[in-house]
Write a protein that binds this ligand. Sequence first.
Ligand SMILES: C[S@@+](CC[C@H](N)C(=O)[O-])C[C@H]1O[C@@H](n2cnc3c(N)ncnc32)[C@H](O)[C@@H]1O
Length: 216
Amino acid sequence: MGPVPDAYRIAAPIYDAATLLWSGGAIWRSRACQVGYMQPGERALYVGCGRGRAAVRAAQKGVEVLGIDRSPAMLARARSQAQRMDAQVRWVAGDAAEWQPETPFDHVCANHFFNVFEESRMRWFRERLWSWVAPGGWLHVADFRPLHGSRWQRWAQRAHHWIPLSGCRAFTGNARHGIYDHDAWLPPGARVSTQDHRVYGWGPAWYRSWHLQKHA
Ligand SMILES: C[S@@+](CC[C@H](N)C(=O)[O-])C[C@H]1O[C@@H](n2cnc3c(N)ncnc32)[C@H](O)[C@@H]1O
């Protein structure tokens, strides 16, 4: 079997600019708020870290960061960003479905990662990432907010999700699915808090960050 083609090679150069334009910075804020939960010296894992901007931000705070991604094109940008910002991050090129950490992490971050997969695979990944969290540690998830509001608001929210998902599907082969309801998932013994993020800072709150803490 030959090497697996890089699904994100076309998306990688434009990914950050496209998400900034589409969400007016809400996608960035949905990841950046996680760093507020981290303390210098703690260990954080970014799964499907992409271009690594959030991982670099955590490393600048003194967090020991590992970022894993299976796209060489995304990781190349993450590496050069860390270099430019003089941030120490350990990057792993690989498939998070096959990789296994040696010890659990204080923070595991899954940012706009679950959207890549169809529902049963997404559920499998969610449980897997939860198992990598140390007692007392956190799983941080950033994603589209579950559907809410009136019929028309839900329709608009679906369209806001469907358009980039279809673009991603065309360019990266991501799964086709509706907005995942992470609110309906609460692992036993977990405490959860959420933060919502408005499109362009003033528009509808269509992005959500979940912070799930494991019982110590
Ligand atoms: C939608 S992008 C999100 C990137 C980044 N987390 C962010 O918030 O901008 C999904 C990322 O997950 C990576 N990815 C998809 N499946 C993966 C897997 N099985 N193992 C590791 N990375 C994966 C892709 O290469 C891509 O960089």
